[in-house]
Design a protein around this ligand. Structure first.
Ligand code: ZN
Length: 428
């Protein structure tokens, strides 16, 4: 299965070469799914891999199916299992995902190519601020990627702000991997303690879990802030435990490249039909060469769009835009549809706003009610003025409740979550 390991050139190949290789890999993947995965053995019983004309003729796989029929997705004997993680499920309990040694090697290769695209080489020292433990795959993936590229890794995980500061002082990392809002907090903290970060050794930030670009591909305020605070370039990545596939921005910072030999991505609408390039819809991933729990046309529930234009870096591979929302989080407020991320982006652009979270309630059958809980920074503003600006940006006016910063932080930063919790969904 592991013929992805010799395919760097495919990132720069012509569309015809890529199409031919992806068709070969898709047939191989379908054969593997049919033969080894009980779920797909049943689901694809009528499918002849050699006769497939279009991807759209194949069935989609829902997150809920992987959660509920979990063991039927396992395609290897238990002795082949190398690593077990749990992804946050939609069913109320976490979904178990298993990886073989081959899956971990594939993941390392994927991260190596991702790191390579944003300029990380063997001479880099990579500080990992994402945890290796607690059954998450992210920290392990970035560690394997750093090693595959030949760089040194510093596994400081969920260390304290002071602890990361000491590591930066003594180990001179050139790259930091972490969640954008955490990297902002860390950078501001170290700056306030007199550390001159722009003059320090760090010149790259690899950002996970939160977007850096708006749907227009313009940098979000947090991306601009991060680059200023750290004096480093910030690159966005996107991945999921289920698909074991990473999309990472290259040095052009213009969308996450997908390595063509590692998978196919589609964007579909509410009815499951493909949407034109550039239009947003649900991201569907078919990861090639996965062994433990192979997936076919997996619906991620994340909303984005693709760009197939050749990139300034020379790669011809498809780029995925920023994640503009989660399908389940789509809000309908008095006839206007929007994702929580749009509210977060608007709030991030207001220097008067300190911390915040968005609470959503049902307001009748077809409408949602948005309540923004926020604290003011050191530059307070009239609430009416804030509401006017929010409405101009979002086309709907949320309710706003101003609270002390400590109260907001208690909700947003919980020990149970690795990311700030800014969306509280109380809809029935
Ligand atoms: Zn590029």
């Amino acid at each position: 299965m592991n013929d992805f390991s010799r395919s760097d050139a495919i990132e720069f190949a012509t569309p015809d070469e890529v199409r031919a290789e992806q068709e070969r890999l898709l047939r191989q993947h379908i054969r593997y799914c049919k033969e080894h995965s009980p779920f797909y053995g049943e689901r694809l019983s009528d499918v002849d891999p050699e006769a497939i004309q279009t991807l759209a003729s194949l069935p989609l796989t829902h997150k809920m199916e992987v959660s509920i029929r979990n063991s039927e997705f396992v395609a290897v004997d238990s002795i082949e299992v190398a690593d077990i993680v749990f992804s946050s499920g939609t069913t109320g309990w976490p979904t178990k995902i298993i990886y073989t040694q081959g899956d971990l090697e594939r993941l390392a290769y994927n991260e190596e190519r991702a790191f390579n695209a944003c300029g990380i080489t063997a001479s880099d020292i990579v500080l990992l601020t994402c945890t290796m433990d607690r059954c998450f795959i992210a920290g392990l993936a970035y560690f394997l990627g750093a090693r595959a590229v030949g760089a040194a890794a510093i596994r400081n995980g969920h260390g304290t702000l002071e602890g990361h500061g000491e590591v930066i002082k003594h180990a001179n990392p050139t790259t930091v991997v972490g969640v954008p809002s955490f990297l902002r907090k860390l950078g501001n903290h170290l700056g306030a303690r007199g550390m001159d970060l722009p003059a320090a050794s760090i010149d790259k930030l690899v950002c996970i879990g939160e977007p850096l670009r708006a749907a227009s591909m313009q940098s979000l305020p947090i991306a601009v802030e991060l680059e200023e605070i750290w004096g480093a370039k910030a690159y966005s990545t996107y991945a999921s435990s289920e698909t074991v596939t990473t999309f990472c921005e290259c040095t052009e910072q213009a969308g996450g490249h997908l390595h063509p030999a590692l998978g196919l991505v589609e964007i579909i609408d509410e009815e499951g039909q493909p949407v034109p390039d550039g239009e947003s819809g649900e991201v569907v991933v078919t990861p090639f060469g996965t062994e433990g729990m192979p997936l076919l046309r997996y619906r991620t529930g994340d909303i984005s769009f693709v760009n197939r234009e050749p990139c300034g870096c020379g790669r011809t591979s498809l780029r995925l835009g920023p994640i503009i929302g989660r399908k389940q989080q789509l809000l309908k407020v008095r006839g206007t549809s929007l994702y929580p991320q749009a509210v977060f982006s608007a709030l991030d652009e207001m220097p008067e706003v300190g911390e915040y979270y968005l609470e959503v309630h049902s307001d009748g059958d077809l409408s949602d009610r948005m309540v923004v809980h926020l604290s003011f920074s050191s530059r307070p503003v009239e609430v009416d003025e804030l509401l006017r600006r929010l409405q101009a940006r979002l086309r709907v006016k949320p309710e706003v409740i101003v609270e002390p910063e400590a109260d907001i932080r208690r909700v947003v930063f919980t020990p149970e979550s690795r990311k700030p919790v800014r969306f509280i969904d109380l809809r029935s």
